[in-house]
Design a protein around this ligand. Structure first.
Ligand SMILES: Nc1nc2c(c(=O)[nH]1)N[C@@H](CN(C=O)c1ccc(C(=O)N[C@@H](CCC(=O)O)C(=O)O)cc1)CN2
Ligand code: GAR
Length: 219
Protein backbone atom coordinates (compact mmCIF):
# COMPACT_ATOMS: atom_id res chain seq x y z
CA UNK A 1 0.00 0.00 0.00
CA UNK A 2 1.46 3.39 -0.93
CA UNK A 3 1.42 5.97 1.84
CA UNK A 4 0.18 9.35 0.51
CA UNK A 5 2.84 12.05 0.78
CA UNK A 6 1.63 15.16 2.61
CA UNK A 7 1.19 18.13 0.27
CA UNK A 8 3.39 21.15 0.85
CA UNK A 9 1.33 23.93 2.49
CA UNK A 10 1.73 27.00 0.28
CA UNK A 11 0.90 30.67 0.78
CA UNK A 12 0.76 32.93 -2.27
CA UNK A 13 1.60 36.60 -1.76
CA UNK A 14 0.15 39.09 -4.24
CA UNK A 15 -0.29 42.82 -4.75
CA UNK A 16 -2.56 42.95 -7.80
CA UNK A 17 -4.72 41.00 -10.24
CA UNK A 18 -3.31 37.59 -9.31
CA UNK A 19 -3.26 35.84 -12.69
CA UNK A 20 -0.24 33.73 -11.64
CA UNK A 21 -2.07 32.95 -8.41
CA UNK A 22 -5.07 31.71 -10.45
CA UNK A 23 -2.81 29.47 -12.55
CA UNK A 24 -1.33 28.00 -9.37
CA UNK A 25 -4.75 27.49 -7.78
CA UNK A 26 -5.94 25.69 -10.91
CA UNK A 27 -2.82 23.52 -11.09
CA UNK A 28 -3.16 22.59 -7.42
CA UNK A 29 -6.62 21.16 -8.05
CA UNK A 30 -4.95 18.08 -9.55
CA UNK A 31 -5.10 15.27 -6.99
CA UNK A 32 -1.43 14.42 -7.49
CA UNK A 33 -0.15 18.01 -7.35
CA UNK A 34 2.43 18.04 -4.51
CA UNK A 35 1.30 21.35 -3.02
CA UNK A 36 -1.91 22.81 -1.64
CA UNK A 37 -2.66 26.54 -1.73
CA UNK A 38 -3.94 27.22 1.79
CA UNK A 39 -3.58 31.02 2.07
CA UNK A 40 -3.39 34.15 -0.06
CA UNK A 41 -2.06 37.39 1.39
CA UNK A 42 -1.87 40.81 -0.25
CA UNK A 43 -0.10 43.96 0.93
CA UNK A 44 -2.78 45.94 -0.90
CA UNK A 45 -6.43 45.70 0.30
CA UNK A 46 -7.60 46.67 -3.19
CA UNK A 47 -5.84 43.77 -4.92
CA UNK A 48 -8.27 42.15 -7.37
CA UNK A 49 -6.60 38.81 -6.68
CA UNK A 50 -8.10 38.69 -3.17
CA UNK A 51 -11.61 38.28 -4.54
CA UNK A 52 -10.38 35.71 -7.09
CA UNK A 53 -8.83 33.64 -4.28
CA UNK A 54 -11.97 33.88 -2.14
CA UNK A 55 -14.07 32.83 -5.15
CA UNK A 56 -11.84 29.77 -5.38
CA UNK A 57 -12.53 29.00 -1.71
CA UNK A 58 -9.09 29.92 -0.47
CA UNK A 59 -8.64 32.07 2.68
CA UNK A 60 -7.43 35.43 1.43
CA UNK A 61 -6.58 38.46 3.50
CA UNK A 62 -4.95 41.86 3.14
CA UNK A 63 -2.04 42.80 5.36
CA UNK A 64 -1.87 46.47 4.40
CA UNK A 65 1.75 47.60 4.45
CA UNK A 66 0.57 51.18 4.92
CA UNK A 67 -0.83 50.20 8.34
CA UNK A 68 2.65 49.56 9.73
CA UNK A 69 5.32 52.06 10.77
CA UNK A 70 8.16 50.20 9.08
CA UNK A 71 9.02 47.17 6.96
CA UNK A 72 10.05 45.03 9.93
CA UNK A 73 6.65 45.32 11.59
CA UNK A 74 4.86 44.70 8.29
CA UNK A 75 6.97 41.59 7.76
CA UNK A 76 6.24 40.48 11.35
CA UNK A 77 2.52 40.72 10.60
CA UNK A 78 3.03 38.58 7.50
CA UNK A 79 4.98 36.08 9.62
CA UNK A 80 2.14 35.82 12.13
CA UNK A 81 -0.34 34.98 9.37
CA UNK A 82 2.06 32.43 7.86
CA UNK A 83 2.73 30.80 11.23
CA UNK A 84 -0.99 30.56 12.01
CA UNK A 85 -1.59 28.79 8.69
CA UNK A 86 1.36 26.41 9.07
CA UNK A 87 2.90 27.57 5.81
CA UNK A 88 5.87 25.61 4.45
CA UNK A 89 6.52 27.45 1.17
CA UNK A 90 5.92 31.09 0.22
CA UNK A 91 5.20 31.80 -3.46
CA UNK A 92 5.47 35.47 -4.45
CA UNK A 93 3.25 36.21 -7.43
CA UNK A 94 3.28 39.87 -8.33
CA UNK A 95 4.05 40.77 -4.71
CA UNK A 96 5.46 44.25 -4.97
CA UNK A 97 7.11 44.88 -1.61
CA UNK A 98 10.78 44.50 -0.84
CA UNK A 99 11.04 42.16 2.16
CA UNK A 100 13.49 42.69 5.02
CA UNK A 101 16.71 40.70 5.17
CA UNK A 102 15.54 39.07 8.41
CA UNK A 103 12.30 37.83 6.87
CA UNK A 104 14.02 36.61 3.70
CA UNK A 105 16.71 34.77 5.68
CA UNK A 106 14.07 33.17 7.92
CA UNK A 107 12.46 31.74 4.75
CA UNK A 108 15.70 30.88 2.96
CA UNK A 109 15.05 27.99 0.61
CA UNK A 110 11.30 28.20 1.28
CA UNK A 111 10.36 31.35 -0.66
CA UNK A 112 10.32 31.81 -4.44
CA UNK A 113 9.38 34.56 -6.85
CA UNK A 114 8.55 34.91 -10.52
CA UNK A 115 10.14 37.81 -12.35
CA UNK A 116 9.21 39.00 -15.86
CA UNK A 117 12.66 38.84 -17.44
CA UNK A 118 15.46 36.38 -18.14
CA UNK A 119 17.44 37.14 -14.98
CA UNK A 120 20.04 38.32 -14.36
CA UNK A 121 18.97 40.64 -17.16
CA UNK A 122 16.58 43.44 -16.21
CA UNK A 123 16.28 43.20 -12.44
CA UNK A 124 13.74 45.57 -10.92
CA UNK A 125 10.74 47.05 -12.66
CA UNK A 126 9.62 47.98 -16.20
CA UNK A 127 11.35 44.89 -17.61
CA UNK A 128 9.48 44.72 -20.92
CA UNK A 129 10.17 48.33 -21.82
CA UNK A 130 13.84 47.84 -20.94
CA UNK A 131 14.13 44.66 -23.00
CA UNK A 132 12.68 46.46 -26.02
CA UNK A 133 14.95 49.44 -25.42
CA UNK A 134 17.94 47.12 -25.29
CA UNK A 135 16.98 45.54 -28.62
CA UNK A 136 16.60 42.04 -27.17
CA UNK A 137 15.50 39.29 -29.56
CA UNK A 138 14.71 36.94 -26.67
CA UNK A 139 12.91 37.83 -23.45
CA UNK A 140 11.02 35.80 -20.88
CA UNK A 141 10.48 35.02 -17.21
CA UNK A 142 12.40 33.51 -14.32
CA UNK A 143 11.46 31.57 -11.20
CA UNK A 144 14.07 32.06 -8.48
CA UNK A 145 14.61 31.60 -4.78
CA UNK A 146 14.29 34.89 -2.92
CA UNK A 147 17.42 36.31 -1.28
CA UNK A 148 17.85 39.73 0.37
CA UNK A 149 19.31 41.30 -2.78
CA UNK A 150 16.44 42.10 -5.14
CA UNK A 151 15.93 39.64 -8.01
CA UNK A 152 19.36 38.07 -7.38
CA UNK A 153 18.38 34.67 -6.00
CA UNK A 154 19.41 31.29 -7.46
CA UNK A 155 17.38 30.43 -10.55
CA UNK A 156 15.03 27.45 -10.53
CA UNK A 157 13.55 27.72 -14.03
CA UNK A 158 13.18 30.05 -16.97
CA UNK A 159 11.04 30.34 -20.09
CA UNK A 160 11.93 32.39 -23.16
CA UNK A 161 9.80 34.10 -25.78
CA UNK A 162 10.79 35.82 -29.02
CA UNK A 163 10.67 39.59 -29.30
CA UNK A 164 8.78 40.16 -32.55
CA UNK A 165 8.90 43.11 -34.98
CA UNK A 166 6.34 45.70 -33.94
CA UNK A 167 6.24 44.54 -30.33
CA UNK A 168 5.48 47.10 -27.69
CA UNK A 169 5.59 46.58 -23.92
CA UNK A 170 2.00 45.38 -23.83
CA UNK A 171 2.35 42.79 -26.62
CA UNK A 172 5.60 41.52 -25.14
CA UNK A 173 4.10 41.34 -21.64
CA UNK A 174 1.15 39.38 -23.04
CA UNK A 175 3.54 36.83 -24.59
CA UNK A 176 5.59 36.52 -21.38
CA UNK A 177 2.61 36.09 -19.04
CA UNK A 178 1.47 33.02 -20.99
CA UNK A 179 4.82 31.42 -20.20
CA UNK A 180 4.62 32.54 -16.56
CA UNK A 181 1.31 30.74 -16.17
CA UNK A 182 2.92 27.57 -17.57
CA UNK A 183 6.28 27.82 -15.80
CA UNK A 184 5.28 28.75 -12.26
CA UNK A 185 2.99 25.78 -11.53
CA UNK A 186 5.66 23.43 -12.89
CA UNK A 187 8.39 25.09 -10.81
CA UNK A 188 6.29 25.02 -7.63
CA UNK A 189 5.57 21.33 -8.19
CA UNK A 190 9.28 20.64 -8.69
CA UNK A 191 10.17 22.36 -5.40
CA UNK A 192 7.20 21.02 -3.43
CA UNK A 193 8.09 17.46 -4.47
CA UNK A 194 11.73 17.87 -3.43
CA UNK A 195 12.94 17.84 -7.01
CA UNK A 196 14.79 21.10 -6.48
CA UNK A 197 16.30 22.46 -3.28
CA UNK A 198 18.41 25.46 -2.32
CA UNK A 199 21.76 24.09 -1.16
CA UNK A 200 24.73 26.31 -0.35
CA UNK A 201 23.40 29.19 -2.36
CA UNK A 202 22.79 27.07 -5.45
CA UNK A 203 19.80 25.13 -6.76
CA UNK A 204 20.39 21.40 -6.60
CA UNK A 205 18.12 19.21 -8.73
CA UNK A 206 17.39 15.66 -7.62
CA UNK A 207 18.44 13.03 -10.16
CA UNK A 208 14.85 11.95 -10.75
CA UNK A 209 13.92 15.57 -11.38
CA UNK A 210 16.61 16.20 -13.94
CA UNK A 211 14.40 14.92 -16.72
CA UNK A 212 11.56 17.03 -15.35
CA UNK A 213 13.89 20.02 -15.23
CA UNK A 214 14.94 19.41 -18.83
CA UNK A 215 11.27 19.26 -19.82
CA UNK A 216 10.61 22.37 -17.76
CA UNK A 217 13.33 24.29 -19.53
CA UNK A 218 12.26 23.19 -22.99
CA UNK A 219 10.74 25.99 -25.02
N1 LIG B 1 14.31 41.12 -0.27
C1 LIG B 1 13.60 40.82 -1.39
N2 LIG B 1 12.30 41.17 -1.45
C2 LIG B 1 11.59 40.88 -2.58
C3 LIG B 1 12.20 40.26 -3.70
C4 LIG B 1 13.58 39.90 -3.60
O1 LIG B 1 14.17 39.31 -4.56
N3 LIG B 1 14.24 40.18 -2.43
N4 LIG B 1 11.47 40.06 -4.89
C5 LIG B 1 10.36 40.99 -5.02
C6 LIG B 1 9.55 40.96 -6.28
N5 LIG B 1 10.02 42.07 -7.16
C7 LIG B 1 10.50 41.71 -8.40
O2 LIG B 1 10.45 40.52 -8.81
C8 LIG B 1 9.98 43.44 -6.75
C9 LIG B 1 9.01 43.86 -5.86
C10 LIG B 1 8.96 45.19 -5.43
C11 LIG B 1 9.86 46.12 -5.92
C12 LIG B 1 9.78 47.54 -5.42
O3 LIG B 1 10.47 48.42 -5.91
N6 LIG B 1 8.88 47.76 -4.42
C13 LIG B 1 8.71 49.09 -3.78
C14 LIG B 1 7.26 49.50 -3.79
C15 LIG B 1 6.67 49.36 -5.16
C16 LIG B 1 5.12 49.47 -5.07
O4 LIG B 1 4.58 49.41 -3.94
O5 LIG B 1 4.52 49.59 -6.15
C17 LIG B 1 9.11 49.00 -2.31
O6 LIG B 1 9.01 47.87 -1.72
O7 LIG B 1 9.41 50.06 -1.76
C18 LIG B 1 10.84 45.72 -6.82
C19 LIG B 1 10.90 44.39 -7.25
C20 LIG B 1 9.47 40.87 -3.79
N7 LIG B 1 10.26 41.24 -2.63
N1 GAR C 1 9.11 42.21 -9.72
C1 GAR C 1 7.97 41.35 -9.59
C2 GAR C 1 7.14 41.42 -10.85
O1 GAR C 1 7.24 42.34 -11.63
N2 GAR C 1 6.29 40.40 -11.01
C3 GAR C 1 5.43 40.34 -12.16
O2 GAR C 1 4.18 40.95 -11.82
C4 GAR C 1 3.17 40.36 -12.65
C5 GAR C 1 2.05 39.95 -11.74
O3 GAR C 1 0.97 39.56 -12.52
P1 GAR C 1 -0.21 38.70 -11.81
O4 GAR C 1 -0.63 39.48 -10.56
O5 GAR C 1 -1.27 38.67 -12.88
O6 GAR C 1 0.35 37.36 -11.47
C6 GAR C 1 3.81 39.13 -13.34
O7 GAR C 1 4.14 39.43 -14.70
C7 GAR C 1 5.09 38.91 -12.54
O8 GAR C 1 6.15 38.36 -13.32
Amino acid sequence: MTVPVAKKRVAILISGRGSNMVSLIEAARAPDYPAEIVLVLSNRPDAAGLARAQAAGIPARAVDHKAFPDRARFDAALQAELDAAGIELIVLAGFMRILTDAFVEAWSGRMINIHPSLLPLFKGTHTHERALEAGMRLHGCTVHYVVPELDAGPIVAQAAVPVLPGDDADSLAARVIVQEHRLYPQAVALIASGGAVLDGGRVRFAERARAAEDALLSL
